[in-house]
Write a protein that binds this ligand. Structure first.
Ligand code: ZN
Length: 294
């Protein structure tokens, strides 16, 4: 049994590296990968400890990376990367683009873009929000709703729920509330190129989590034409058996590599545990034999 999708407190997980190693040992996992978001800091920490004191299996170097594709943000998992080379790339391309910077920009854009509606909004500077953890679109939406006089000024479905606002306005290129994030993240094509330059292989992460995609298989096929992805994450905590089988079959037919993991986040996602996901995930070790280079 293996788990190639694990987060620590180096990104948005709650466990330290050592806590993760202990849990992987308890589940008797033969291979794991720590895949923090846009961070390989965990691998620096691993150099400072004696791994065998905590975990007897093998660790595949990994990372999870945000990408902008068809007006949406999707994730790519990279494995086997040269950690030092990749750390340089992350420093240059992601480190300055902090949550604070991106969400402040999103909030400012939404304020500007809403001018046509003549909304009643308090000045941005007076808003009570935490740019390090809150989302600009949520803060904006709450501000719109705070003033009852705005109800008559915006479309009914927008007023009804944040979900509508996000899906049909913020992510709708034809709408004035559309937030274009193309300068915030690289494209899948660019990411895969960088992963290959660092000696790694790149996988599309958790495709069934992309609820806005109607036909997943068609989507993957288009994405493959566009980028040079090596494989697909076929095993995942939220996937049904049928979804996994479909993806495995697709990989087989298209000669793609296979990966799988729980997306463990510790107490930040308590329903998912290391190795077993929601209880019965059992990812076979042999899926890595095609692509794992020791
Ligand atoms: Zn993840």
């Amino acid at each position: 049994m293996i788990d190639l999708h694990i987060h620590t407190n180096n990104s948005d997980g709650s466990d330290s590296i050592i806590e993760v190693l202990k849990k992987a040992e308890k589940q008797k996992l033969s291979y794991i990968s720590i895949t923090d978001h846009e961070s390989v800091n965990g691998y620096g920490q691993l150099r400072d400890i004696n791994i065998k004191d905590y975990y007897s299996g093998k660790i595949i170097p990994g990372v999870e990376l945000k990408n902008y594709y068809k007006d949406r943000v999707i994730d790519i998992l990279a494995y086997n990367i040269d950690i030092d080379k990749f750390n340089n790339y992350l420093d240059k391309n992601y480190k300055q683009k902090t949550h604070r910077m991106l969400e402040t920009k999103n909030l400012t854009c939404l304020y500007k873009q809403s001018k046509g509606y003549n909304l009643v909004l308090d000045p941005i500077e007076s808003l009570d929000w935490d740019p390090d953890s809150d989302w600009g679109s949520v803060v904006f939406y709450n501000e719109v709703k705070k003033h009852p006089e705005n109800e008559a000024k915006v479309p009914k479905d927008l007023w009804e729920s944040f979900a509508n606002f996000k899906k049909d306005y913020v992510y709708n290129r034809n709408n004035m509330f559309f937030l274009d994030k193309k300068d915030d993240y690289p494209s899948p094509k660019q990411t895969v190129e960088q992963v290959h330059l660092a000696g790694g292989v790149a996988f599309l992460a958790h495709v069934y989590e992309y609820k806005w995609v109607k036909d997943k298989i068609e989507y993957i096929t288009e994405l493959l034409k566009d980028s040079n992805l090596d494989g697909i994450e076929c095993y995942y905590s939220n996937f049904t058996e049928e979804q996994t089988e479909g993806l495995l079959d697709y990989c087989k037919r298209n000669k793609l590599y296979i990966s799988g993991g729980t997306d463990y986040h510790g107490t930040k996602r308590p329903s998912v545990d290391v190795g077993i996901g929601k209880g019965n995930l059992n990812i076979p070790e042999n899926i890595i034999k095609d692509w794992y280079i020791k």
